[in-house]
Design a protein around this ligand. Structure first.
Ligand SMILES: [Cu+2]
Length: 160
């Protein structure tokens, strides 16, 4: 029996705020710790969640450093290492194609594969001037992408 952690509850609630109006099943707190069977599978449950960029928009020209805001629908955010059903954390691919990644293993942490394992939903990116691509990938407590993969559209921005 796990005891509820108020900090996690807060995080789950923050995640709930990311639900947009119109999402039909707004029950993020319904069963985050139920059904916690000791399964070793990397991604506990298939999720029907969506990640997207709140900002910047694709095609936008921005002045660096650029604030990037991550959107999430249909799931909650938990810090890396904390295994709760229907949660994960954001990863930002910078100038990196999804096809270049091994999606059935923990994502490496590099200067082009950024982890937001504290549950962050935005970051400040410093990029050299020019055209860059950004893409979000949502992954589980062990940094393993879900199957099927939950990724945003890849966007292109130009940094002045
Ligand atoms: Cu990670």
């Amino acid at each position: 029996m796990r005891t509820p952690n108020p900090w996690l509850t807060t995080l789950a609630f923050t995640g709930a705020l990311a639900f947009t109006a119109g999402a039909s099943s707004q029950t993020p707190a319904a069963s985050p710790i139920s059904g916690a069977s000791p399964v070793a599978a990397p991604a506990a449950t298939p999720m029907h969640a969506e990640v997207y960029f709140i900002s910047p928009h694709s095609g936008e020209t921005v002045k660096g450093p650029v604030t990037v805001r991550f959107g999430l629908k249909g799931a909650g955010i938990a810090p890396a290492g904390v295994k709760l059903d229907n949660t994960g954390h954001h990863h930002l691919l910078v100038d990196t194609d999804l096809s270049a990644l091994k999606l059935d293993a923990p994502l490496p942490a590099t200067d082009k594969i950024l982890h937001f394992g504290k549950g962050q939903t935005e970051t400040m990116l410093t990029l050299p001037p020019g055209s860059h691509t950004l893409q979000l990938v949502f992954a589980d407590a062990a940094h393993v992408p879900f199957d099927p993969v939950i990724a945003s559209k890849k966007i292109t921005i130009t940094v002045k």
